[in-house]
Design a protein around this ligand. Sequence first.
Ligand code: COI
Length: 354
Amino acid sequence: MMETMEIPVTRVKRSRLAEIDFNHLPFGKFFSDHMLEADYADGEWKKVSIKPYQPISFEPSLMALHYGQSIFEGIKAYRLQNGEAVIFRPYDNLKRFNISADRMEMPAVPEDIFIEGMRQLIALDREWIPARDEYSLYIRPFMFATDTALGVKPSETYKFMILLSPTGPYYAAPMKIYVEEKYTRAAPGGVGFAKNAGNYGGSLKAAAEARAQGYDQVLWTDAFEHKWLQEVGTMNVFFVFGNTVVTPSLEEGTILEGVTRDSVIRVLREQGMRVEERKINIDEVTEGHRSGKLTEIFGSGTAATISYIKELRYKDYSMHLHVDGYQTAPAAKKILTEIREGKRPDIHSWLVKV
Ligand code: COI
């Protein structure tokens, strides 16, 4: 056990908890009473504090606004059957956060600020964890450059913060997606594996064009041939061919190493499914659909949890899938939900107690 770091706390005068309708929680719209803040300067993290959720003010020359040194994570906390609050795999998010930081030439955030700070913040706002099925407390750690100057170089100062947002499902209904052939999200050597803000800003035009055509999101493809499948807007993607599940591999560095992706792979393997992490081409998917071997497509993400895909379109070919007959995705979802609710043994020690 790590020694508990003393974080100074300024409490709200009056909680906003009673103003929130916990039966209607759109994703990421409401924030809990408190937030965590820490500053990096002179090569070290300092001024870690928990304070009321409030605006922050900066000079307009704030470097993050101009050159995009800005990264984030998404994590969830749940309430167990016995009332205890738990965080799902936060150490994996810490690891990925610092991989993103390294790629963006930003400092690492130490465990005692990221994990211990998160635990103390959630402990303070534990009443904000929703109890409803499919609801959770979404945790948003993020870091951005705070130098005020216009030269293009790594900032020397940064701010790290954690916000908490009680939240419902991200994608409520099965999704319609098309295969993106015009825009590119990531290329080898780029920043596709990092959770930097710009990856999401750069995806919005493609998503808007998809929406204009009646689709929920796009399935990203490689930069050169637009054939090799990467990920969907805010999720990793899985294809089920009978007893074999295929998901794009990580080695090119063009997709996010999803924590939910890894959880799905592990629980499906434990159920005796064959799960292949490898390159997968759109032609394999369309052929699988034509022959009837392709039975499911689904996405995984912290915000999205496990989301079923009911239609995938490639050029003029629309692949309709029978979501009602899905077995693999619902099985993975059920197991993960039961672990999070404390109804199934947490054999991987994925739950971290608040
Ligand atoms: C997450 O799944 O936590 C994400 O960060 C995706 C999105 C909401 C940005």
